[in-house]
Design a protein. Structure first.
Length: 319
């Protein structure tokens, strides 16, 4: 269940009066989220999504509004926020920050095919080219500095072998990245798993849930995508999905020499990022609501596969 703050039809109908979106018809709570209350709203003119923000840093919400509006202006398939008649997007409803979005078409791909991988790689490459010029700034909250500080909090819950694995990996990451200058920077989605995309068949209808959005290493974003979209059940990389997604991405944004050298390390680092964040939810900071946390074991498996097998070669692309 992902409606933590119930709303009445009358409340939403009154809320919509601030916007030029038509008259209220119906309201439906959306299951499946983990942090915020989400509703599908139908008016006599369009389909909308209403989100109430239940937790997190509310002062950071203007960054997300600016990022989504910027990407929407550049014709990327993201839900640019709906602004009211006064030009304001961020409102309050039932005491919670509230945003209204257009409802994008499609469904989450549970097992993405090669056409869907190509579509995502192409759009992510476009997004990163555009996002390098985004003027907003929000430091990556899950970068190497976070790993260094936070991994100590879960060590007592791990086996001796996993404690050593985690500590050695953080040390290796710090050594590898210290040998290179700053990587290409831009705005990131920060959590672009399959369930944050919408497809109609092979057509990408939208990229959603930018609430891990930040600015930082573009390679970080790409590695998160590959670890989710191109990993088989045993954590190893699927060559077809890997090559298809990366070929489409690299045709839009070729990697620098430093990025290519650090690519295997970034795949491991983002695997550890999710192993650690999921461990923190299980053992240290459980969710505010009665929800089942994601299984940390998935990303421990992916991390061990990256250590054992490395990364597949990056595809050669003619641009």
């Amino acid at each position: 269940m992902a409606v933590f703050t119930p709303l009445s039809d009358a409340q939403v109908a009154a809320f919509l009066e601030k916007f030029d979106v038509g008259s209220f018809v119906s309201l439906q709570g959306v299951a499946g989220g983990t942090e915020n209350s989400t509703f599908f709203v139908t008016t006599d003119r369009r389909e909308l999504v209403l989100t109430l923000f239940e937790q997190g840093e509310h002062e950071e919400l203007p960054f997300f509004v600016e990022l989504l509006d910027y990407l929407d202006e550049h014709r990327l398939p993201v839900p640019g926020t709906v602004h009211d008649r006064e030009g304001v997007a961020l409102h309050s409803l039932e005491g919670k920050p509230a945003l209204l979005f257009p409802r994008l078409p499609g469904r989450h791909p549970e097992a993405p095919n090669l056409a869907q991988c190509h579509a995502l790689g192409d759009i992510l490459g476009r997004l990163h080219v555009v996002s390098k010029r985004f003027p907003g700034h929000r430091p990556n909250p899950r970068d190497l500095n976070w790993l260094h500080v936070m991994h100590h909090k879960v060590l007592s819950y791990l086996s001796p072998a996993d404690q050593t694995l985690m500590k050695d990996e953080v040390d290796d990451f710090e050594s590898a990245f210290s040998q290179h200058g700053e990587l290409p920077q831009g705005a990131l989605h920060g959590d672009l798993f399959r369930d944050n995309t919408l497809f109609e068949g092979d057509q990408l209808g939208g990229i959603i849930d930018f609430y891990n959005g930040c600015t930082g290493d573009l390679l970080f974003d790409l590695a998160i995508v590959i670890n989710d979209w191109a990993s088989d059940a045993d954590g190893t990389l699927n060559a077809e999905r890997y090559n298809t997604l990366l070929s489409a991405y690299l045709a839009r944004r070729p990697l620098t020499a430093d990025e290519r050298e650090l690519w295997p390390t970034m795949l491991r680092m983002t695997a550890l990022r999710y192993w650690l964040s999921r461990l923190l939810v299980v053992y240290v900071d459980p969710p505010a609501h009665d929800l089942t946390p994601h299984d940390p074991e998935r990303f421990r498996t992916i991390l061990n596969a990256r250590i054992a097998h490395g990364a597949l070669p990056l595809p050669e692309v003619s641009v």
